[in-house]
Design a protein around this ligand. Sequence first.
Ligand SMILES: Cc1cc2nc3c(=O)[nH]c(=O)nc-3n(C[C@H](O)[C@H](O)[C@H](O)COP(=O)(O)OP(=O)(O)OC[C@H]3O[C@@H](n4cnc5c(N)ncnc54)[C@H](O)[C@@H]3O)c2cc1C
Length: 440
Amino acid sequence: MRQHATTPTLRVLISGASIAGPALALWLGRCGHDVTVVERAATFREGGGAVDYRGSVHRTVLERMGVLETLRGLDTGMGDQVLLHPDGSERLRLPASFMSGELEVTRGDLARTLYEASLPFARYVFGDSVRTLTEHADGVTVEFEHGPTRDFDLVVGADGMHSVTRRLVFGEESRFRRDSGWFVATFSTDFSTGPAASLGLRDSGVIWNDPGRMVGLANTLGEDGAMLVFHAPGLRHDYRDVAGQREIVRERYADASWSAVPAVLRSVGTAPDFYFDSISQIVMDRWSQGRVVLLGDAAWAPAPGGFGNGLAVVGAYVLAGELAAELAAGRGSQSATGLAVVLRRYEERMRPYVTGCQKQGRGAGPFLAPATAGKLRQRNRIYRMLCSRMMSGFFDRLTTRQAEAIDLPEYPLPACPLAGTVSERSVVDKARAHAVQSQP
Ligand SMILES: Cc1cc2nc3c(=O)[nH]c(=O)nc-3n(C[C@H](O)[C@H](O)[C@H](O)COP(=O)(O)OP(=O)(O)OC[C@H]3O[C@@H](n4cnc5c(N)ncnc54)[C@H](O)[C@@H]3O)c2cc1C
């Protein structure tokens, strides 16, 4: 693990290795802090649908992290998407910019890029989880499910909407989770044969609806993928029971009339990257307590369309930046009071941005899978309107404005020394050999 000399340094534990966790590990590790990332999954988690970045704030943060060029190389190159009639025939064509933003990558590619970029600077531990957190005057004592107990100066919960860190420090998830009544599933599929093959999808997608249900199929970078969104208020699911989730999806779509659906449902049973969850938001009054702070979906899950991935990387930048600024000013941030200042500033800067993104994310389910025939007709009219050049430009500007609705300070954070170069890849390759699956 490489370290850049800056004093003082903190012992930091980050729980969760998806988007927010590795993004923060990259910054804190580069600053010279001693960073451990613990991930519950046994290995790095691939999978997930396409995620997009828009506007100057996302661009600036990804650039400063040194991953922008790598991500551009992984852009899905998604073209137009076609909205279908119930019988599968073409209704209208949605321009690429409407759905895919300025940069669109798959969640798996994004997570892997951040993970690999952070590997030289952080210790990753897979297959473990925090069990207890006990704060005392000098730090936090952390007991793990498997590894030995350790002390840290700062613990960051980047462990997603169902965060264990949040439960241990702030209380039960039900106090903070606002369910919309809609659910989302994404998974890889194969429509090179069967009814969907006739659609000839290549770097393009189709969207099929009936009231309360959506099926999106897309082919990007040579891979076929599906995204299903459906309305099921009151449905309860266990977020750990993947077999049960696959069954829920199969049941919900069993009577869908589109001829392509049965083949898609076969993949529900087998896809290794199957992802399912409720479309929900996490709403909290505060994101930190003592030496424990939440980041990403654990703190503020905004729902699809609310820039969850953008918030995760911007939040990581702001948290690392506020810490660096405090240390650069010569104030001792290892102390509980120094940290309290950092965490308060992080929250003050992020709060209005998060609130705006959550507002935008609130309409995701009802827009993607309108619950009634009347609402579906209304949504289709909106789609048609947005297809006009003037209106699609307006929509683009509206969402980009929200993505840019935060003032990003120039924090005293180290630039990526080897951003996007071949030599960076070789550093990563070497680091990977000893960083994966190490124990705390
Ligand atoms: C495999 C996967 C696929 C996804 N696919 C989609 C998708 O298709 N559409 C969509 O809208 N959103 C998807 N998401 C969620 C999306 O990544 C987040 O909404 C967003 O990027 C914010 O990222 P995050 O890092 O804050 O949280 P998340 O991406 O949710 O990551 C949380 C991480 O913490 C880990 N974790 C959970 N509990 C523990 C624990 N106790 N100890 C240690 N680690 C723990 C999880 O395994 C995960 O790696 C997916 C998430 C994952 C993990």
